[in-house]
Ligand binder design. Structure first.
Ligand code: FBP
Length: 245
């Protein structure tokens, strides 16, 4: 197994996700957070465990915290069965000084086999170079329930089966479902995505529950950088993840 020491502290992690500009477009942004420098500042001052960028931003904006380069992506303009293709190689990510790479698979999509193939090559190459691989494992596609406990656990298990070091899944608000997903992931570590912005108290409550369920941390975007005081959210999340710090 590849060591996770560069992207975890005491086995736990808080990642700041900022690939939404590709996935959703600037609709998620305001005057401040549309600027990647604003995000770099939150990451640096908040001392998060890793910052997730697509390669274009990583090339132009240098991170002081460990960089995680997302290797595939798609826009929200394409409709139909989801397919997210590779946009950046492991080699390019390493040139950008990435400490890990990320890849999304839409479990249940008619095109999941294409993403499985791409992921397999990435996983092989990244592991050869001792680079951890984080799999965004999202159940999605025609007739696929994105939030059922059964499918979240299935997504988690796919991460273990395919060789991911960490999987990033969503929380459906049911702690028992998260416990089962964590169990299903075996030795693959689980981090949980933030999702659309929620009330701060609701979001922090979710964070407490996923940690109780056995996740090693969270990978959050909008609930941090859309907040009025992002560093306050980071600090509260760190307390939940690491206890007093
Ligand atoms: P958020 O915390 O903002 O939800 O970010 C997590 C994330 O996985 C991002 O990395 C990604 O851009 C986004 O969610 C994708 O969301 P969706 O697939 O629901 O459009």
């Amino acid at each position: 197994m590849v060591g996770l020491g560069k992207i975890t502290k005491k086995g736990k992690a808080l990642y700041l996700a900022y690939d939404q500009g590709l996935e959703h477009g600037p609709i998620d942004f305001n005057d401040k957070n549309v600027d990647p420098n604003y995000i770099l500042d939150i990451a640096k001052r908040g001392k998060v465990s890793g910052l997730i960028f697509q390669k274009g931003i990583a090339e132009k904006y240098k991170s002081k915290v460990p960089l995680i380069v997302k290797l595939n992506g798609k826009t929200s303009l394409v409709k139909g069965e989801p397919l997210s293709r590779q946009l950046c190689s492991v080699k390019e990510a390493l040139k950008l000084k990435a400490k890990a790479v990320g890849y999304t698979i839409y479990i249940g999509s008619r095109h999941e086999n294409i993403m499985f193939r791409e992921f397999e090559k990435i996983e092989k190459e990244a592991h050869k170079r001792k680079l951890p691989v984080i799999l965004w494992a999202y159940p999605r596609g025609k007739g696929v329930n994105e939030n059922s406990g059964k499918n979240l656990a299935y997504a988690a298990r796919v991460g273990l089966e395919l060789g991911a070091d960490i999987i990033k899944i969503r929380y459906n608000g049911k702690i028992e479902d998260m416990k089962w997903a964590v169990k299903s992931a075996g030795k693959t570590r689980v981090v949980v995505a933030g999702g659309k912005r929620k009330s701060p108290s609701g979001f922090l409550q979710d964070a407490k529950e996923v940690m109780k369920a056995g996740a090693i941390g969270l990978a959050v975007g909008r609930n941090i950088w859309q907040a009025k005081e992002p560093l306050e959210v980071v600090s509260k999340l760190k307390k939940i993840i690491w206890g007093k710090c």
